[in-house]
Design a binder for this molecule. Structure first.
Ligand code: AHR
Length: 636
């Protein structure tokens, strides 16, 4: 192949092209990115979280130690906070010995020498109260860490201590043993590693958060997906319930069949974005739940069934809802002394604004009258009060053959600056639709490709699917003037709790397993540019089927002055290529080459970076079969 790059014809492209989409699906938050180790710490699990499963209740993950000498009841008589109505009442008839044990999320993984912050809210209901011993136990019941607190107050009081683990144990449990017989009320029982990402209190699991940071994402979309708009009006995420002291946050049923404590809430999302220098992109419901219905069941990637009556937030309640949206902008950006919500942000520990620039309204909603009416009201209100914020609308759900017509019409009519498109497709779709955005009208709203992935139903991401994503992204960079942002399918999936495939990163309590698609995203994220340099690729009269399997994109990173050449070869044979950088005069011809390659079915391939001497503005490179290469010519 000959690749002739026309540097003089370069065009500016978005500098937010590669981001990430975080949704609390597949146990991505509780039991995942959020570092809390106690499951059901708030005793708020309810059968309704999980299709009326009676075993999924306030005692889930809790058990009695020495059950003959103690009783556990769940009460709501005098809670710690109205948003957190259930608490445990532990009656200990014979002490010491009886207690309460939590089994964590598939166990509690602890590391020798690591320190863990233990805390609980407790009060004495009967008796004098006294010392409560806290123990980390291994699977044989041996103690691998111990500490104590005192519960002696008749009113709710938080108690804290630190437990140091004395062994590496991947499946430990935590036990609480009152040393004095009596009746105790307990709530918000927490065990938190001191080692979190950047040492943040109430922070994120360090290895997972670092893996995300390594993608160098320019933005994070959160908290969903479907979680953002919920599967009924009462399941809409409601950002205000996710901030403030943990005990006052409003837990929420997760439509993916579990419970959200919302310990990872809006403050923590904003903080993490700041920590990794990614723009926050919160997505709020457009006043309607999933597909505007009361019932919406996701069975698999291929089947989305939404039924029930169409409906949204009643029109008479829309003013209040719109105010919530405006309040979010004030919470993120408002003055810490002069605004109510800015003050709340400051009280949470962040006086400086978070500098919010984008807000998503709606997620894959059907563009019905119910949607249009509510979206228009919200959009107009935000545009009027906060013209500085870029609102991202939605063009609806994608099914094979959809053209998103109604969504585009509405967005164009209202002048929405950007719209969110989603598509989960077969690898062939990405190969055959590389001209998808070439055809987009540059006078219409810009595009945020908020969810996409190449997948073959039932199969894990592999080199073949990942390379089709890499190939398609060459066309996205080419269209980086109309596509402003992209983010892959769900980010995180916990092994054993995966409701959705494909995902970018799989994990368990001790390991993080990035997929090959992750490495494609990383190679784009770490090597993005601000200017696209068009190139002509000639493949010696090869048929269309061959030409479509080779992709090239050349960008310039203006800040560093580097030229970046991306080459994708989806053919089973190597492709010898000659690359000519016309109109470029290199100060320094040294480069690095990052290569991701493997058999099409490989799931374990990883990119390898090595020095690469190009010698000048014209150089040769042989693309291996099934490969994605990034050649970065450093000028900085
Ligand atoms: O990513 C999983 C789901 O796919 C998201 O919640 C939704 O936006 C889409 O249907």
């Amino acid at each position: 192949a000959t690749v002739t790059v026309k540097a003089e014809a370069g065009k500016k492209i978005s500098d937010h092209l590669i981001g990430i989409f975080f949704e609390d699906i597949n146990y991505a938050a509780d039991g995942g990115l959020y570092a809390e180790l106690i499951q059901n710490r708030d005793f708020e699990y309810a059968p309704a979280d999980r299709g009326n499963d009676r075993n999924w209740n306030s005692t889930h993950s809790w058990a009695l130690a020495d059950a003959g000498s103690a009783t556990l009841n769940i009460e709501t008589f005098s809670p710690l906070h109205p948003n957190n109505p259930h608490y445990a009442v532990l009656e200990v008839r014979s002490a010491p010995g009886a207690g309460l044990v939590n089994s964590g999320f598939d166990g509690i993984a602890v590391k020798e020498g690591a320190r863990y912050d233990f805390s609980l809210f407790g009060k004495v209901l009967e008796g004098k109260g006294g010392k409560v011993v806290v123990k980390l136990l291994d699977t044989n019941g041996a103690v691998i860490g111990q500490s104590s607190v005192t519960i002696s107050s008749k009113d709710w009081k938080q108690q804290k201590s630190v437990v140091t683990a004395t062994a590496d144990v991947p499946v430990a449990s935590l036990a609480i043993y009152p040393q004095v017989a009596g009746k105790y009320a307990l709530d918000m029982v927490s065990l938190f590693p001191q080692e979190t990402f950047k040492g943040r209190k109430n922070g994120l699991r360090a290895d997972l958060a670092q893996t995300l940071a390594d993608l160098h994402p320019r933005f994070i979309r959160f908290p969903g997906g479907c979680v953002a708009h919920g599967d009924g009006v009462d399941n809409i995420y409601g950002w205000k319930g996710s901030i403030g002291p943990l005990e006052s946050r409003k837990p929420l049923r997760n439509l993916w069949g579990y419970h959200q404590t919302r310990g990872l809430g809006y403050f923590e999302y904003f903080q993490y974005c700041e920590d990794i220098e990614a723009e926050p992109l919160p997505v709020l419901a457009a006043g309607v739940p999933c597909q505007n219905s009361g019932t919406c069941a996701h069975h698999s990637t291929d089947e989305l069934t939404c039924m029930g009556q169409q409906g949204g937030i009643p029109m008479e309640e829309m003013d209040k809802y719109i105010q919530d949206v405006l309040d979010l902008i004030e919470y993120a950006n408002g003055d810490a002394r002069r605004t109510k919500w800015g003050k709340m942000r400051a009280e949470a520990g962040h006086p400086k604004p978070f500098n919010l620039k984008f807000i998503g309204i709606g997620n894959e909603d059907m563009i019905t009258d119910v949607f249009e009416e509510r979206f228009t009201l919200i959009y107009n209100a935000v545009r009027e009060k906060h013209p500085e914020i870029t609102v991202i609308g939605t063009v609806g759900p994608f099914y094979e053959g959809t053209d998103y017509e109604e969504g585009w019409e509405l967005a164009t009519h209202l002048g929405v600056p950007m719209v969110d498109e989603h598509y989960y497709v077969e690898p062939g779709w990405l190969i055959h639709n590389q001209d998808y955005y070439d055809r987009y009208d540059r006078n219409k709203p810009k595009v945020y490709l908020g969810e996409y992935a190449s997948h073959v139903s039932g199969r894990h991401n592999n080199i073949e699917t990942a390379l089709t994503e890499a190939l398609y992204l060459t066309s996205v960079e080419r269209n980086g003037d109309v596509v402003s942002m992209t983010s892959y399918a769900p980010l995180l999936a916990k092994e054993g709790h995966t409701q959705w495939n494909p995902d970018l990163i799989y994990f368990n309590n001790t390991e993080v397993k990035p997929t090959v698609s992750y490495y494609v995203q990383q190679m784009y994220g770490q090597h993005s540019g601000s200017e696209y340099l068009p190139s002509v690729v000639s493949l010696d009269n090869q048929p269309d089927a061959v030409r479509k399997r080779v992709g090239v994109s050349v960008v310039k990173d203006k800040a560093r002055g580097d030229y970046i050449v991306k080459l994708v070869n989806l053919l089973p044979v190597k492709v010898a290529s000659r690359i000519r950088l016309e109109g470029v005069s290199l100060v320094d011809p040294s480069a690095t080459k990052t290569l991701l390659t493997g058999e099409p079915q490989s799931k374990d391939a990883k990119p390898v970076t090595s020095p690469f001497e190009i010698g000048g503005e014209e150089f040769s490179y042989e693309m291996p079969p099934y490969s994605f290469t990034v050649i970065r010519i450093g000028q900085g």
